[in-house]
Design a protein around this ligand. Sequence first.
Ligand SMILES: [Zn+2]
Length: 346
Amino acid sequence: MDIEKYKQRFDQTIKSKGLSKSDLEELKIEYLGRKGIIRQLFSTLAELSSLDKKKYGPKINEFKNYVQNTIADIESKLEQNSKTFFDPTLPKLSFKKGSLHPITYAVEEISSIFSKIGFVRMSYNEVEWEYFSFSALNIPPDHPARDDVETFFIDYPKDKKLGHLLLSPHTSSGQVQEMLRLKQPPIRMINIAKCYRPNWDTTHTPMFHQFEGLCIDKGINITHLKGTIEYFVKHYFGQNRKIRLRPYDFRFTEPSFEIDISCAVCSGSGVYNGSNCRVCKSGWLELGGSGMVHPFVLRSGKIDPDVYSGWAFGFGVERVFLMREGLQVDDLRVFYSGDLRFLSEF
Ligand SMILES: [Zn+2]
C-alpha cells in the first residue's frame, strides 16, 4: 500500500506552480473523484488481511482528509486574492452611457438662445381645437390645410364654437392662446412643440418639431423681426451667416416672408470649387416662414390691431438642426427609427 508515494506526488503538484481554479478541479477529480486515487486505494483494501485493513484503513482516510483540506485551503486563498487584487494596467470597465435625443439637445439650445433676449418658452397642446389651429388664424373652412389629407382629425364630438379636435399641425396654434392667456402685450413667446401631419416619406415624418416666435407690442415692425431672426441665426449657425426675406403668402401674417439663410458650404455665392454648389444651388437655403401678425389674428386674441402690432415666425427644429450640422440625411425618418448607430453620433 503506497500511500506515501501518492502523498509525495500530491505535495509536489501543489508546490510546483501557482494553481488556478481549473487546476484544482482537475486535482479533485484525480484524487477524490469516482475513479480517483483514493477510491482505488480503498478498493485494494478489500483484498488485504483484516490486520492490514486495520492498519491501512485509517491511513487512507487520513490521506483523503489531507487532500480535501489542502485543496480547500488553496481555493479560499484564491478567492481572497481575486477580491483584493487590483491591476491598474487593465483597461477600464466601460459602461454603455445613454444620451438625450439630438432633437432634445436642439430644442434646449434654441430655447436658451431666445431666453437671453426675453422670450418665454411655451409648449401648447399637441391635441388641439380646430379653432386655434385654423379659424382663429384666418384660415378659412375650405382651405386645403384643413383637409383630412393634411391634418390628423380626432374622432370626438364636434364643439359648436371650437370645431373638431385634431393633432396640432403647427406651433401657430399657440399664438391666439398666448394672447388670450396674457391678455395684454408685450408678448414675447417662443413656442416649441411637437406637430403632426399625415406625411411619411424621406423628407417628412408624421410627428416633427417646430419653434415659433411671437412678438407683440406697440410699434413693432419688420425690422424687429429681421433683427431677431438675424440674432438667432448668428448664435445658432455662426456669425458669418446672413439672412434674407423673400415675399410669400401665408393666411395668418400680412405681409408674409420666407426666410433664407446663406449657405455655409459656398458662403452664399452659389459656386463651390468652380461649379454650382450642390447643397444650395443658389447661395441660399430656406429656413422657414414668417411675417407681421394679421389684424384678424390679433382680434382673435382680443388685441386691438390699431394699437398693437407684432410678428411671428415658425421654423422646423429637425430642419435647422440638419442645416447647422451640415448633414445630408437622405431620409429624415432616421431621427425617429430608434437606430442607435445614428443616434449615438450626437
Ligand atoms: Zn451653397
